[in-house]
Design a protein around this ligand. Structure first.
Ligand code: PHE
Length: 447
């Protein structure tokens, strides 16, 4: 199969919309606010931003340039650059991560879809929002239904191709996401009592921050930027040779960070204005927020609908990139055509997703990792193990095997320029060491 058959992005803006769409997802709107709430607000945000610059940005460049260099997805990239070596395993780990992450991502996105359609009912004043959440995720057929609808949407987009499916839909959906977010921010920060939320969010507070906060921040950097699993290698493989990688990488990192920070401006002022708890954990968006909407009266139905539509759009543009990792692998390596590749990958991931879906009902007795239910176990395995390990090995691959000079050449940066020497230093030392510490901790060796 030659390069043109695989497809290319139609424009720079289209690529940025697709890559930012991949990065901006549940990680920004669901996960970032709740871990920020958990680790005390402002100071956590500061550490997170430093890690984005010194770990996230160099790895983003690395993945994009590897894919662009080989014009192949993750497995093909390592095969081509390191033929006959075990490096190909890093590519396979990425495909595995794509399977695992999308299988539960689709379950959470399914909850957002369900809330979107039922927002009129759910946002009732005085309702037991925790109870509603629990009953909706523990409904066997409801869970399966919404997970299936969401997977069908992903399959429909990815089967359309790189330019006519992923890029086209990202260019439509991302501006909608920004508009919805702005409407919600304006509502949230103008609520009476919003100031307490703003000061919680923006004032550095060292007391709740700990080593665990640092680890969570590193994990979040990888998850939110879609790194460590070949997703950006795959998206990079559709980039044209003349594209300026450091520039587009910067756009993607900055837009992802901006959306996460802005999501905080929706959640914290609203949560504080109604006297609720910011540290509620994963239930922050599905339990605390519906309670907030309920107290807004009739307008709450509208704002609830807008919020869950936003969450669903963010999830969809990320989920298609996860499906694309597996699809592109079967196109490149198994020579499937795109439709067949997408459908086979989508159906297999859908089937795997039945486990985390049923983990709250029929299979709730199964605790895979450290007493966690199936969805949290999948999330832990992918986020705390596969992604950091994948990111670390990718940095070591470039820094110590393939060579930062070749990487800089592919990215059209000269090693003598400051950007080039900084990149080499970060990729060889800072990134692998930072992740190694996190990884050791994840597997429980450090405590
Ligand atoms: N970046 C996405 C988010 O923040 C999740 C994701 C991870 C997507 C890995 C693709 C690959 O929600």
């Amino acid at each position: 199969m030659n390069e043109t058959d695989r497809g290319h992005w139609g424009s720079r803006l289209g690529f940025i919309a697709a890559a930012a769409g991949s990065a901006i997802g549940l990680g920004n709107i669901w996960r970032f606010p709740y871990i920020t709430g958990k680790f005390g607000g402002g100071f956590f945000v500061l550490i997170y931003i430093l890690l984005l610059i010194f770990v996230g940005y160099p790895v983003m460049n690395s993945e994009l340039l590897l894919g662009r260099k080989t014009q192949l997805a993750a497995v093909g990239t390592f095969k081509k650059l390191a033929p006959g070596t075990p490096w190909v395993i890093v590519g396979f780990m990425g495909v595995l991560a794509g399977f695992v992450i999308l299988s539960y991502y689709s379950v959470v996105a399914g909850w957002a879809l369900a809330y979107m359609f039922k927002s009129g009912v759910y946002m009732a004043v005085g309702a037991d929002h925790g109870g509603i959440f629990v009953s909706s995720i523990t409904s066997t057929w409801g869970g399966i239904f919404w997970h299936s609808v969401f997977m069908l949407l992903c399959i429909a987009v990815v089967a359309g191709g790189v330019e006519k499916g992923i890029e086209k839909w990202s260019l439509i959906l991302m501006p909608v996401l920004v508009v919805l977010l702005i409407i919600l921010i304006i509502r949230s920060v103008t609520l009476p009592g919003a100031g307490a939320g703003l000061s919680f969010y923006l004032t550095p507070n060292f007391s709740n921050f700990s080593g665990a906060g640092f680890l969570a921040a590193v994990g979040q950097v990888f998850f939110t930027l879609s790194l460590g699993m070949g997703c950006m290698i795959t998206y990079g493989s559709y980039l044209k040779k003349e594209e300026d990688i450091p520039l587009v990488a910067r756009y993607v990192v900055i837009s992802d960070t901006a959306i996460a920070l802005l999501a905080g401006f929706v959640i914290f002022p609203a949560v504080f204005a109604f006297g609720l708890e910011p540290g509620a954990g994963p239930g922050l968006t599905f339990i605390t927020l519906p309670a907030v909407f309920a107290q807004m009266g009739a307008a709450g139905h509208i704002f609830g609908f807008i919020f869950f539509t936003l969450l669903m759009i963010a999830a969809l543009t990320s989920a298609i990139s996860l499906l694309e990792v597996v699809t592109a692998y079967s196109i490149d390596e198994m020579k499937f055509d795109r439709k067949k590749a997408t459908i086979v990958a989508g159906v297999l991931i859908w089937a795997l997703g039945l486990f985390p879906t049923l983990g709250y009902s029929t299979l709730s007795h199964i605790k895979l990792i450290k007493g966690m239910d199936l969805l949290d176990s999948f999330d832990f395995f992918a986020n705390n193990m596969l992604l950091p390990l994948g990111g670390m090995l990718t940095a070591i691959f470039i820094g110590w095997y393939w060579g930062t000079d070749k990487a800089l050449e592919e990215a059209n940066i000269s090693a003598s320029r400051k950007l080039g020497s900084n990149y080499a230093f970060l990729i060889k030392y800072v990134v692998p060491i930072a992740i190694f510490v996190v990884f050791l901790n994840s597997v429980g060796l450090l405590g």
